[in-house]
Ligand binder design. Structure first.
Ligand code: PLP
Length: 450
């Protein structure tokens, strides 16, 4: 299959030799007749796909491929499946909702389960005082709306985000994202008013003091603090490498926001919903944000995102200023209510902590010389190879590829894709989890030998 990928890539390089040319055309036709070929024919280059197999069905932590493989899923659709693929309670809730109605556009005709979810989340989010919620579709849409709300509340324009952050692929969230390639490169000027400060990271040699100074430098050289609407940060950076925000830095950001009347937004799109051993990663800290964005595991595989925040801030936008045709889709809402029940009934917060601790211990026991850091909260764990000066991205790629050959799906992350992140369903069976760790151990050994 991988070979076929390559053949297609070569097909545009026709030689002058006729036989050579016809050979390429024949090979191209053969590839085009496969699903991989057909996919390549349909997709533009910018839509990169990570696997050379297709999903047929999936349950809990296993994906069955169309060619009969059973793959252990340690990616969970990039952190979307904390309750596993097709959890019976999620599918039952969605099926029941399907029988009632699939869409009304909430802003035209409201439905009660939306309100119920808002009430429940209002009590669960780590935000002080009266909380209001609004639901959208994607993580990026939640972040866009959080920024709009902060701007409407403060009547200011600027936003400070962090290096290594990932907030989405729409233009504003791209501007907030702190990684140029492949996200921003080639897409022209980004929306103005966004500034990046440093995010603390041991392996990037950025201390809490450096990071605080970098915010203050922005206030001196780029934008006055009274023009800044929001500071947005991920309590644990996702795409950036599962960098955990140190508590003292979180406190410092809160203090800066309080001092200058800036809205503090915690982007919990990836860190939320039990991944870190708490429902929201901000519960690990002794300060609270003003707004929280959520998506991914919120609806167990259905499309839903949300913003929760202090009522006075959430109320800043005028009627009709926030919304969207599909925002808060009833199927996603039904799934999200089921997800909250599952997390409680199956004690997934405890399980997240247990599995994360077990994984960290396993990684420490590997004693692999390539490992520079094992980090994370709960089950939001990553292992890094090399550091910012000398990233060992090659080793991460090899481990990932060898694991895949042995039916374990992994994902890299970090500034140089030199870390592997683990996003298995928290509902994964113990036996399957152990089997995955054995595959991982072998992948480390083989990667070292290759
Ligand atoms: N924010 C964070 C922290 C994320 O990890 C992501 C996606 O990975 C997003 C925002 C964007 O979410 P989406 O891809 O649903 O737009």
């Amino acid at each position: 299959m991988i070979k076929m990928f390559h053949i297609l890539n070569q097909c545009s390089i026709y030689g002058t030799n006729k036989e050579f040319k016809y050979d390429f055309i024949r090979k191209k036709e053969a590839v085009m007749n496969t699903w991989i070929g057909r996919m390549r024919d349909v997709l533009p280059t910018g839509a990169a796909v990570g696997c050379d197999w297709f999903a047929q069905s999936a349950r809990n932590a296993v994906i069955k491929s169309t060619d009969g493989r059973e793959i252990i899923d340690f990616v969970g659709g990039i952190g979307v499946l904390n309750v596993g693929h097709c959890h019976p309670k999620v599918t039952a809730a969605v099926a029941a909702q399907l029988e009632k109605f699939t869409h009304t556009a909430f802003q035209v005709v409201p439905y009660q389960n939306y309100v119920e979810l808002g009430e429940k989340l209002g009590k669960l989010v780590p935000i002080e005082g009266k909380v209001k919620c609004q639901f959208f579709c994607s993580g990026a849409e939640a972040v866009e709306n959080a920024v709009k709300i902060a701007r409407a509340y403060t009547r200011r324009n600027g936003v400070i985000a962090f290096g290594g952050a990932f907030h989405g692929r729409t233009l504003m969230t791209l501007a907030l994202t702190g990684k140029v390639s492949p996200y921003q490169a080639d897409f022209g000027a980004m929306p103005s008013g966004v500034f990046h400060a440093l995010f603390p990271s041991e392996t990037q040699h950025i201390s809490v003091e450096d990071a605080v100074k970098s915010i203050k430098r922005i206030f001196k050289s780029d934008i006055a603090p009274h023009d800044v609407a929001a500071i947005i940060l991920e309590p644990v950076q996702g795409e950036g490498g599962f960098n955990v925000c140190p508590p003292e830095f979180m406190r410092a950001v809160r203090e800066i926001c309080d001092e200058h009347g800036i809205v503090m937004i915690a982007d919990e799109v990836q860190s939320g919903y039990g991944r870190t051993g708490k429902l929201f990663a901000m519960e690990h800290y002794d300060v609270k944000p003003d707004l929280i964005t959520m998506a991914k595991s919120l609806a167990g595989g259905m499309v839903l995102s949300g913003v929760a925040g202090k009522a006075d801030i959430m109320n800043a936008a005028r009627p009709g200023g926030l919304g969207g045709t599909y925002a808060g889709n009833p199927l996603g809402i039904a799934a999200a209510l089921a997800v909250l029940d599952i997390i409680e009934e199956e004690k997934l917060l405890e399980r997240s902590q247990y599995l994360g601790d077990k994984l960290k211990q396993f990684l420490r026991d590997l004693n692999a010389p390539e490992i520079t850091q094992i980090r994370g909260l709960g089950s939001m764990v990553a292992v890094e190879f090399g550091d910012d000066d000398c990233p060992n991205s090659e080793f991460a790629a090899k481990v990932k590829a060898i694991a895949m050959e042995n039916n374990l799906l992994l994902l890299t992350c970090g500034a140089h894709a030199n870390a592997i992140r683990f996003l298995y369903p928290l509902t994964i069976e113990e036996e399957l989890f152990n089997r995955a760790l054995t595959i991982l151990k072998n992948a480390f050994e083989k990667a070292r030998q290759s």
